[in-house]
Design a protein around this ligand. Structure first.
Ligand code: SF4
Length: 415
């Protein structure tokens, strides 16, 4: 097949990796990467809902040349939304797709869907690790795909509920890499078994319990704490105790690690966030910084949390101003080691949900318009409550997937 890969806005390095990997596989499977005029089909990888604006641009190009636009990538489980723009969608991994030699063969795959196809979709979970290269993305950086899914399945986590937990065995065995170069393993494995001896890794995503287990030499450690009370963490599937959080802070000073703790706001009340910050120890000596990174919650489709979307409380969502106030009041004078990285305005989270929950052209056009409006409005002028209200008035809050439309190896969808 002659494919033209459309990459319109590629700033994120993981996305660059994905495009490079697709180009590599096009060749490896005996297809050709060609320019627009020679293409049998156009390919576009959509990893995140915000790339839907680029998908529209890709669709305009495909229409101009009269050839189908085929979308793949992590966002494609939302096939009803993607098919409002693309002609064909591949759900899951790309290896079955790459083996096809014609559009007809592609259309016959169980993981492929197009308007009018009358069959339950079964996402493709097959990965041929022997075909995955280490890819040079910038001057000193290399990226390597280490796995999909996660050994946990937190209630809110789209990645873990849409992917099987599969490990690249070669990434685990990697013990060294080119001198002076950094290697990032892309995975959610969160295990120190993955590449534990590889000294080129500078940033490591870990489960807190793994971090506490033994001395950690990698300087930058990223840990998802996610919620602000023990009870909410337990409910969401991240059973992290307050005692473990305090132990991790102590350990980071001993081991010389810079910690980034990731949090999801929007579920706990603002008072619970303040109580958590007050609970962190006072310390005006330590030079080792801990960054608290906040993101606002999305009730994502395909996760158990999506079933609770109608209980979402916009009062719990936080913005930069609120985080700065909390920083000045509870952190600045007493906890020198803490820095905060605020969540973007809640309107962004509501637009992301609005776009990814859209099942009709009218809904999607409305939400893309709202997303553009939010992106061009100064933060101080954004009234985010009205975007929450739109989730109801546009009726996207009613939309859901059913098990008779898409078959996952685990039960999350409504029967
Ligand atoms: S540990 Fe992280 S990646 Fe794994 S399921 Fe939970 S949130 Fe998702």
């Amino acid at each position: 097949m002659n494919y033209c890969l459309l990459s319109i806005k590629r700033t994120n390095v993981t996305v660059q990796y994905t495009d490079s990997l697709i180009k590599h596989l096009i060749k490896l499977y005996g297809h050709k990467e060609v320019d627009e005029k020679e293409a049998d089909a156009f390919l576009f990888s959509i990893c995140d809902v915000t790339e839907i604006h680029d998908l529209v641009k890709a669709s305009n190009i495909a229409k101009k040349y009269g050839k189908p636009l085929i979308a793949g990538g992590q966002f494609c489980y939302h096939f009803k939304t993607v098919l409002l723009i693309a002609d064909i969608v591949n759900i899951g991994h790309i290896f079955d797709f790459m083996e096809c030699k014609s559009i007809e063969e592609i259309k016959n795959l169980d993981c492929v869907y197009y308007p009018g196809k009358d069959k339950i979709i079964t996402p493709s979970y097959r990965i041929d690790w022997s075909k995955i290269p280490i890819i040079h993305t910038n001057k000193k950086g290399y990226y390597y795909w280490g796995g999909t899914g996660c050994k946990n399945k937190c209630r809110f986590c789209y990645v873990s509920w849409t992917n099987a937990h599969i490990i690249n065995p070669k990434a685990r065995k990697l013990t060294s890499f080119r001198k002076g170069m950094t290697l990032t393993i892309i995975s959610n494995e969160y295990s120190d078994k993955a590449s534990e001896k590889n000294t080129c890794i500078r940033v490591k995503d870990m489960m807190l319990v793994d971090y506490l287990r033994k001395e950690e030499k990698v300087k930058n450690i990223r840990v998802g704490i996610e919620f602000f009370t023990e009870a909410s963490r337990k409910y969401m599937g991240k059973q992290i105790s307050e005692k473990e959080i305090l132990s991790a802070i102590d350990k980071s000073k001993k081991d010389g690690n810079s910690l980034k703790f990731f949090f999801i706001s929007g579920y706990n009340t603002k008072q619970e966030i303040i109580d958590f910050i007050k609970f962190l120890p006072d310390d005006t000596e330590s030079k080792r910084k801990i960054r608290l990174v906040f993101n606002n919650l999305e009730y994502q489709m395909f996760t158990p949390l999506h079933k609770e979307r109608k209980k979402m409380n916009p009062e719990n969502y936080i913005d930069v101003n609120w985080v700065n106030e909390v920083y000045n009041k509870y952190i600045l004078a007493k906890k020198y080691y803490i820095r905060t990285v605020p969540a973007s305005n809640p309107a962004h989270a509501f637009c992301r949900m609005g776009m990814s929950w859209s099942f009709t052209k009218e809904q999607l056009d409305f939400w893309m318009d709202k997303d553009r409006e939010v992106n061009r409005t100064p933060l101080r002028d954004l009234d985010y409550n009205k975007y929450y209200e739109y989730l109801w008035t546009s009726k996207v809050i009613e939309n859901e997937y059913f098990a008779n439309e898409i078959k996952m190896p685990w039960k999350v969808l409504n029967d």
